[in-house]
Write a protein that binds this ligand. Sequence first.
Ligand SMILES: *Cc1c(COP(=O)(O)O)cnc(C)c1O
Length: 389
Amino acid sequence: MTDYSFETLAIRAGHERSSFQENSEAIFTTSSFIFKSAEEAAARFSGEEKAHFYTRVSNPTVSCFQDRLAALEGGECCVATATGMAAILAVMLGVLKAGDHVVSSRSIFGTSTLLFSNYLKKFGVDFDFVELSDLNAWQTALKPNTRLLFAETPSNPLTEIVDIKALSEIAHANGSLLVIDNVFCTPALQKPLSLGADIVVHSATKYIDGQGRCMGGAVVGDKKIVGEDIFGVLRNGGIAMSPFNAWVFTKGLETLSLRMQAHCNNAQKLAVWLEQQDAVEKVYYPGLANHPQYELAKKQQTGFGGMVSVVIKGGKEKSWNIINKLQMLSITANLGDTKTTITHPATTTHGRLSQDQRDDALISDGLLRISVGLEDVIDIQNDLARGMD
Ligand SMILES: *Cc1c(COP(=O)(O)O)cnc(C)c1O
């Protein structure tokens, strides 16, 4: 289906109908698949014959989701995982060995920082953290044994942006791979593989689901690294996606483009409104002309995204006051939902980091992260205004 456009692929790609000729994708809730004979069983286990035989390894519903997301990201191959963190873990276990070095952005999802610093380091992988948008810092941090570079753009929660194409050139000149966490944009707004990245990781839990129902993740890239090395981690490590969740995500992809446009529209309006409020010290949104990488965002993304972060004057007390006066917005750590969600990163998503790590990542006590949903933006503004006076 390679000559179809994004919207068509999002609705049609990956669907292999069963003998019943169902129009909507079916859910195959079965842990195993039966063989016609001992010979067929042997051929399928050895890989000589490609077919589903055990759902930890592959399943038709999960394959549908994988093939559809691969088509949307423009990648050869996708593997789906139990969560977004499982996707990041699978990349690291599949690509790295003891003695390797990784350069990561310091502005990444808090749990990713802890996975790298507290767990992967134990197995002899060394990590250095640099400022996301500073290409010189990436260049300087490289070593001969740097196997991969890891970045999230736009970053969580401050929406900093890195030039993916420039960073991929830096990585490739050193023989390293570039991994991009594409959770904030999704392929509807940004396609890192087409800009030179080697691997894309996702938390499908966020915009791909879009309605905050299921946990899942995915890795997209080429047939060798993703299809063999990273797939091997799933097959043997057992961090596969469940068929039911894969079905929810498959249906989520069908409306992804429309939803992302609507998230962008609401977020842009909310960011402009927030900037005008007396209680607000600073607004972080790539669609504001004063965002340091506004021009880059315009070039690299087809929309500015649905995440807005805001620093409230008066630190933790005043920002908590806004949260506690809310009557509608959901106080929860999830993002990418039709429902607007609000988080105080310093005491939640980034609460387990040390003060130094938080200072490094510019997670101040007055910072609020808003995942702008699809309610009427006036209602969102009115709810936030309650605690601002
Ligand atoms: C949520 C998130 C993750 C982790 O995904 P889970 O599905 O929660 O495991 C990774 N990266 C980013 C940017 C996220 O927002």
